[in-house]
Design a protein around this ligand. Structure first.
Ligand code: ADP
Length: 513
């Protein structure tokens, strides 16, 4: 029998004994395993999810970089069983039991759990654990991954809530129609009959609107909402919409501020639907009545239409979510009445016209819903030299002294201008091999309802791959834009660290550190 000391991958000595052949075979096997482990660790560092490896007994012996970026913790703090610190207290027991169950088996498994990030916020993750076996089929290690599924969880919850809301919203007018019909059957009086029929009709109209919204949403998601693009007179659309909505209310006065004669390419029916939605909301959310003002103006790059009401207003934290499907505000000022689809449909229609939408509001005082429809193409390149680029949406320049790229956004943005500008910005950052970007949004006036997802889900991974590590984001003055920006960052997974600033100077200080 021979005895040899072998140093494992942590540098700890291990005694191996047996015949000379046994010892050599075992050492070769262990070295092979060690090499495989190193290879696996290298691979794990390149994936966008959190990943680790653990011993058969459950102790973690390696984390990829994503774990440190996400938790803000060190290996010493989280090795072995230290990761328990990151798990939501309500999920810990379940996590430990499921983990033990998986490790006692042969095939691996998965479960969902909330993990705390460096800012102390918990996000849902899907944990998946797979065994690594040696040549003899013995489990020598486990590889674990944790994928961020927070957004998916939120959507799932929204969907469940939506089903219960939709059932309720559809049932309410139907119950009223039934009641009015029964009352009609019991009366012979012509005047009473007319009154009941008219009230029944109001509820049928409400049902009709709900069903129409549902159908539109399903057409939007399947890409089948048809548009009939033609020359459109914007003033005509505004006037017709105002006239048809004004007759539904006596408590409100809808005023059209002067509107230039502007013709552009669009779908008149869909644009009237946009105006009807905005005006109906302005009425619905101004229960005390008051003036509703429609304004229309033409600037350098398009038509801007706004609807201002003197209603209940909207609290800041809801602003950027209102264009989401199913989003409604549960507030004490008003009972719910709707499916939370109107603004989603409205913003989708504007998006299909290459426009953008935004909201300004003061809680308790009223709201302004605006949209912009582009007339002139904004992609005219004015300057394009090696280290400086400028068009109507953005100015990008390379700061050779501080070795970062600075980009200044201008005016209103939509998915087209955002995509084009971001890719141009990335090209310059890659060319000069910078790791830092200063994004100055001070001059952004209206926000990017449709570009938010693209930036979070597609542009951030591109920046990550290009080696960008710090992005200093100087906020626009618009509260809506600020919230939209923060929402973008919520979706981001990866190594690009983003911080928000109110001034360019404070952003520079952070980047200079
Ligand atoms: P709904 O059809 O349920 O009204 P919308 O998508 O049109 O759905 O609106 C979503 C939410 O936005 C509403 O639940 C409401 O709280 C808020 N909202 C919309 N328009 C206004 C407005 N003019 N003033 C205040 N709140 C509004």
């Amino acid at each position: 029998m021979l005895g040899r000391v072998y140093y494992n991958d942590k540098g700890d000595p291990e005694r191996i004994s047996g015949t000379a052949i046994d010892v050599t075979t075992q050492i070769v096997a262990r070295q092979k395993l060690h090499e495989e482990q190193q290879h696996a660790q290298l691979l794990l560092n390149s994936i966008p999810a959190i990943a680790w490896t653990n011993e058969p007994n459950g102790e973690v012996n390696f984390y990829n970089q994503r774990w440190y970026d996400y938790t803000g913790l060190t290996f010493e703090e989280t090795k072995a069983w230290g990761w328990r610190e990151v798990i939501h207290p309500d999920d810990l027991q379940y996590n430990l039991e499921t983990y033990a169950e998986i490790l006692s088996g042969e095939t691996g498994g998965s479960f969902e759990v909330r993990e705390k990030n460096a800012d102390g916020l918990y996000r849902w993750h899907l944990v998946n654990i797979e065994p690594i076996k040696d040549g003899a089929g013995k489990i020598v290690q486990w590889i674990g991954t944790a994928t961020d599924i927070q957004r998916l969880k939120e959507l799932e919850k929204q969907k469940d809530e939506f089903i219960s809301i939709a059932s309720h919203e559809l049932k309410t007018p139907l119950t009223s129609v039934k009641a009015f019909n029964q009352m009609m059957l019991r009366t012979d009086d012509q005047k009473t009959l007319i009154g009941l029929a008219s009230r029944s009709n109001d509820h049928i109209r409400r049902l009709e609107k709900l069903i129409k919204d549902l159908l539109d949403v399903s057409r939007i998601t399947s890409g089948k909402l048809n548009y009939d693009m033609q020359d459109v007179d914007i003033e005509k659309i505004l006037t017709e919409s105002i006239e048809s909505i004004q007759i539904t209310t006596q408590k409100h006065r809808i005023i059209l501020n002067s509107c230039d004669k502007i013709t552009f390419q669009g779908d008149p029916n869909r644009l009237e639907q946009v105006m009807n939605n905005l005006l109906n909301n302005a009425i619905k959310y101004s229960p005390q009545g008051g003036d509703i003002t429609v304004a229309c103006s033409l600037d350098d790059s398009g038509i801007v239409v706004s609807v201002t009401d003197e209603g209940i207003g909207i609290e800041k934290q809801h602003l950027h979510k209102l264009f989401d499907r199913y989003y409604r505000i549960d507030n004490t000022a008003m009972r719910f009445s709707g499916l939370g689809l109107g603004l989603y449909i409205t913003s989708e229609i504007i998006k299909r016209h290459n426009g953008s939408m935004w909201i300004e509001s003061e809680y308790g005082k009223g709201s302004i819903f605006s949209f912009r429809l582009p007339i002139l193409q904004t992609d005219k390149v004015e300057v394009d030299v090696d280290d400086h680029f400028r068009d109507a949406s953005i100015t990008i320049s390379y700061d050779a002294v501080r070795h970062w790229v600075i980009c200044v956004w201008h005016g209103y943005q939509n998915i087209v201008t955002v995509k084009r500008s971001c890719l141009r910005l990335l090209a310059m950052a890659t060319k000069f091999k910078v790791t830092k970007i200063l994004a100055d949004n001070t001059f952004v006036e209206g926000s990017w309802t449709d570009a938010t997802d693209w930036v979070g889900k597609e542009f951030y991974p591109l920046m990550d791959t290009a080696g960008i590590r710090q992005l200093a984001w100087v906020h626009s003055k618009s509260a809506f834009s600020q919230l939209a920006a923060e929402r973008t960052i919520d979706m981001v997974v990866g190594a690009v660290v983003t911080k928000f600033f109110d001034s360019v100077r404070s952003a520079e200080i952070w980047l200079e550190r």
